[in-house]
Design a protein around this ligand. Structure first.
Ligand code: ADP
Length: 220
C-alpha cells in the first residue's frame, strides 16, 4: 500500500476520512498482528487489502497485481483466487454441514470438478481436526469448532493471503489458542501470508511483526 486513504461518504456533508495515507509492505509468508484501539481503522484497512472496498486515494498491490485500475469483475476474480477471510463471527451457513460449508467457495470454480472438490474439502476438514464432525450441521458445532470450519473454508481456494479480523474475539482462551495455532500452522506449512487483527496481547506477541493502527495512521 502506498499513500492509501479511505473516506466514507466522500463528497457528502458527512464525509469522514478514516485512513490518512497508509504505507505498508507485507512480505509473502509473513504472519502479522494488526492491533490498535476500536475505531482506529483496522477493519477498514483489512477490507481494502481484501479488495472488498476501494481506497479513496493511493495504490495497492496484492499478490503482484496492481489493483487500482482493475474493474469490479477483475477484483472479484483476484479476491476469489488469492484471498481468504475469517471474521469474528463465522458467517457459516448453519443449516449446511461442516463439509458443505468448506466446499462452498469451490462451487462454480472451473478448477474443481465435483469429486475433486469433495476430496479437497475432506482434507481441509481433516487439517483443522474436524473429521469426526464433518457431517454435523455447522449450527450444532461449538464456537471454536465453527471458527475452525471457517478457517478451512477460507483456505478452500488455496489463497496466498489470509485476512483474519478478530477471529478469536468471541472465543474462550483455550479455543482462541487453538485457532491461533492453526493459523500459524497453515502459515508455516503453506507459506500463507496472514494479517491477524487482535486485541489479545499474548497472541500478538506470537506473530512475526505487529502493525499498529492509531487514528487511521500506522505507528512506528
Ligand atoms: P476498527 O476495526 O479499528 O475498530 P473500523 O475500521 O471499523 O475500526 O472503523 C474506523 C472508523 O471508520 C470508525 O470511526 C468507524 O465508525 C468508521 N466507519 C467504519 N465503517 C464505516 C462506514 N461504512 N461508514 C461510515 N463510517 C464508517
Amino acid at each position: 500500500m502506498r499513500g492509501v486513504r479511505k473516506a466514507y461518504n466522500p463528497g457528502t456533508p458527512i464525509e469522514t476520512e478514516v485512513l490518512h495515507g497508509i504505507d505498508l509492505t507485507v512480505v509473502q509468508g509473513e504472519f502479522c498482528a494488526v492491533v490498535g484501539p476500536s475505531g482506529s481503522g483496522k477493519s477498514t484497512l483489512l477490507n481494502i487489502v481484501g479488495l472488498l472496498d476501494r481506497p479513496t486515494a493511493g495504490t495497492l498491490e496484492v499478490c503482484g497485481e496492481q489493483t487500482t485500475r482493475l474493474d469490479d469483475r477483475a477484483l472479484t476474480r483476484l479476491r476469489g483466487h488469492s484471498i481468504g477471510f475469517v471474521f469474528q463471527y463465522h458467517h457459516l451457513i448453519t443449516a449446511f454441514t461442516a463439509l458443505e460449508n468448506v466446499m462452498m467457495p469451490m462451487l462454480g470454480a472451473a478448477e474443481f470438478a465435483n469429486e475433486a472438490m469433495r476430496v479437497r474439502a475432506l482434507a481441509l476438514i481433516a487439517s483443522v481436526g474436524l473429521t469426526a464432525w464433518q457431517d454435523n450441521l455447522a449450527g450444532n458445532l461449538s464456537g471454536g469448532q465453527q471458527q475452525r470450519v471457517a478457517i478451512a473454508r477460507a483456505l478452500a481456494m488455496g489463497p496466498a493471503l489470509l485476512l483474519a479480523d478478530e477471529p478469536t474475539g468471541n472465543l474462550d482462551t483455550r479455543s482462541a489458542d487453538e485457532v491461533f495455532t492453526l493459523l500459524r500452522q497453515f502459515n508455516t506449512e503453506r507459506g500463507t501470508t496472514v494479517l491477524f487483527v487482535t486485541h489479545n496481547v499474548a497472541l500478538a506477541e506470537r506473530c512475526d511483526k505487529t502493525i499498529e493502527v492509531i487514528d487511521g495512521r500506522l505507528t512506528g
